[in-house]
Design a binder for this molecule. Structure first.
Ligand SMILES: [Zn+2]
Length: 180
């Protein structure tokens, strides 16, 4: 039951006018730059994207990426699976000079021609949500010596959760969503 694959790129002229919604998956191996920080490139990235014009007629991409990825645990150097999930809201502009005009809740994405490369958009989001230091969330063979070392550097998720090592990664994801 494979989900439909996400197109490599879309026509920026049409996609916002159509208020398109794209939901599907892409193989992690597709994202070469992202894979450089992983232990291997197995698995898929789940993606949902919504395209529309906002009230100020800005082109907006609202989306989510989620993937289970494998990294080398920085404590024990064995492979650890970490859960990535990120939602984002991008304002698509033609050039840097338009970035100032975007409302603050939109991250700029520059698309100079009509070819909006979704693979690049998604790769950027994946890289942004990678923890700086990956490690086993649970059951790390070498975790016991680290337990009471405080908080920094033990967050397995994105920067926003730094300093709040919580036992349940889904709780963190939920709180991330709520703050956006
Ligand atoms: Zn470990």
């Amino acid at each position: 039951m494979a989900e439909p694959l996400i197109p490599e790129y879309v026509d920026a002229k049409k996609i916002f006018a159509q208020q398109a919604v794209i939901i599907g998956e892409l193989p992690i191996a597709r994202f070469e730059r992202f894979c450089q920080s992983l232990a291997n490139s197995s698995g898929t990235v789940s993606v949902s994207l919504r395209f529309y014009f906002d009230e100020q007629h800005k082109r907006v991409i609202e989306g989510e990426v989620a993937a289970d990825v494998q990294v080398h645990c920085q404590r024990c150097l064995e492979i650890a699976t970490i859960v990535l999930s990120e939602s984002f809201k991008l304002g698509v502009v033609d050039s840097e000079s338009f970035i100032d005009r975007l409302p603050p809740d939109l991250e700029p994405w520059i698309c100079a021609d009509n070819r909006l490369v979704l693979a690049d958009v998604l790769e950027e989001q994946l890289i942004l949500c990678m923890p700086i230091v990956g490690y086993h969330e649970d059951n790390c063979p070498r975790a016991s010596g680290f337990k009471n070392r405080g908080d920094q550097s033990v967050s397995g998720l994105s920067g926003e959760t730094k300093g709040q090592a919580k036992p349940n990664p889904f709780a963190i994801l939920q709180s991330l969503k709520e703050t956006k």
